[in-house]
Ligand binder design. Structure first.
Ligand code: PLP
Length: 474
């Protein structure tokens, strides 16, 4: 009986049949959403009701509705009204490469279980390093998300800078990192995982335009040293998630060189700007970094999760998880590029490199320039429209496709303005025609868009602004 069931599970003809049906369904989904034929970017449902639905579906739902119900009950990232979190509407062909990865399931950690994906990964890494401006001592790998990549980079930093064998012997000293107070929360988490504690996270305040205040670097560093904190790394955000503002990588990089500490660039969102002729200036100084993170699933049109972690010196990547101290690694271990599991946190890793390679092969690297440049242009356009609106205010001039703004009628006090903006955002969510998010900046409540969809236009922006105006006066 078990055998029969398993035979049924693995039946190739069922795969073919369901596959064709699914492709048909997803194709209409894509056509419908990208053309904005259906009104909404999200059909909001309360969590308890959603849970109830799926409990009932498991017992009573019709199997043939399974895929279509899942599709329907999502946030439509391909809809031009989707301007929410920073995940890309994946280029449809990368959904197909995802299918290949899922079916072949070659866990890429060892070369024998991922020949093509390891070789392809090396090609991708070399391209990214070259674009950053690293020389041929550089290297890196792909890993599962910016969060894990940031943690991995900080582990590499600790090993390279402290000169003690903390990996084997544990740590007796109070170590620390320096980071902007606006950095992504995952950096804070990484530091705590590494046992730095609150006191080991030296938060550098931001200027009024939300960049790390680099005038404070020396004094913050000294203060920490004086109370016995050994700082081994500084992190620049490129850009910071909440505001989309880039830290001054050049100044931070020079500071790191002077203090002989590691310089890590969290370019999860905007690192892809290395491909943009128009916007690569936002990353000026990135070549000074010891390590750089770039997410494929944010500005590079790929499905989650796939993140590049690039090192100025590839040896530091090899040493991170090595039981031996760096100087004990043999040359052959250094050269063992094709077993990526030695350098990554994860053991089994999907064949994520094929997304990058497929886009590169089909469209060339210009496709990354096109996407980043177009989306950043749209961010500037939206900001421009907001500036022209009488009852709106920009939080800051955007440097990317992330724009923070609020409804700001004159004569209303701060408390009511905060409450009103929260209310408007909630009304937008429940209405569903547009999907945007919110953020708190220096204690004030802002609405926040990230233009992720290249088919969002000025008309869509104007419709959003009109809708916000109508919700504001209800
Ligand atoms: C999104 C983001 C992260 C987290 O990356 P994941 O891939 O979501 O784990 C880290 N830092 C910045 C600046 C980000 O924008």
């Amino acid at each position: 009986m078990h055998k029969k069931l398993l035979e049924q599970v693995y039946k190739a003809s069922d795969f073919n049949l369901n596959g064709h049906i699914l492709i048909e369904q997803l194709t209409s989904h894509l056509e419908d959403k990208t053309n904005a034929s259906s009104r909404n970017a999200i059909n909001w449902n309360e969590p308890e009701k959603e849970l109830e639905f799926w409990k009932n579906f498991l017992t009573d739902g019709d199997k043939k509705d399974l895929f279509s119900e899942i599709t329907k009950r999502t946030t439509y990232v391909h809809h031009p009204h989707y301007m929410g979190h920073q995940v890309s509407p994946p280029a449809p062909v990368t959904a197909l490469t995802g299918l290949i990865s899922s079916l072949l399931n070659n866990g890429t950690a060892v070369y024998e279980m991922g020949m093509s994906s390891n070789a392809i990964e090396r090609i991708i890494i070399e391209l990214l390093c070259k674009k950053i401006g690293f020389d041929n001592t550089s290297g890196g790998f792909l890993t599962s998300g910016g969060t894990l990549a940031n943690l991995t980079a900080l582990l590499s930093a600790r090993k390279a800078i402290t000169k003690r064998d903390i990996w084997n012997e544990g740590n007796q000293n109070q170590l620390g990192i320096m980071v902007s107070e606006e950095a992504h929360y995952c950096v804070d988490r990484a530091a705590r995982i590494m046992g730095l504690g609150e006191q080991g996270i030296i938060k550098v305040p931001v200027t009024k335009d939300f960049r790390m205040d680099t005038d404070l670097l020396e004094s913050k560093f000294k203060e920490a040293q004086e109370i016995g904190i050994e700082i081994f790394a500084i992190i620049g955000s490129a850009p910071s998630t909440a505001t989309g503002i880039f830290d001054d990588l050049e100044v931070i990089g020079e500071f790191a060189i002077k203090q002989k500490i590691w310089f890590h660039v969290d370019g999860a969102h905007g690192g892809a700007g290395i491909f943009s002729e128009k916007y690569k200036h936002t990353l000026k100084g990135i070549e000074l970094a010891d390590s750089v993170v770039i997410d494929g699933h944010k500005m590079m049109m790929m499905p989650a999760l796939t993140t590049a972690l690039l090192y100025k010196n590839a040896l530091n990547a090899n040493a991170t998880f090595s039981q031996k101290a760096d100087y004990l690694l043999t040359d052959s271990e250094h050269e063992d590029w094709y077993n990526s599991g030695k350098r990554t946190f994860e053991c089994t890793k999907n064949m994520m490199s094929i997304h990058w390679f497929t886009l590169l092969k089909l469209y060339g690297e210009e496709v990354f320039d096109a996407n980043v440049t177009h989306l950043y242009d749209l961010g500037a356009l939206f900001a421009h429209l907001i500036e022209k609106e009488p009852n709106f205010e920009l939080a800051l001039q955007p440097m990317s496709n992330i724009v923070c703004f609020r409804y700001y009628p004159s004569g209303m006090d701060e408390e009511h303005i905060n409450a009103l903006n929260v209310k408007i955002r909630q009304s937008l969510l429940e209405d569903g025609e547009f999907y945007i998010v919110q953020t708190k900046l220096k204690g004030s409540q802002y609405m926040r868009i990230t233009v992720m969809n290249p088919f969002t236009t000025e008309l869509h922006f104007k419709a959003l602004i009109k809708k916000i105006n109508s919700f504001a006066i209800r």
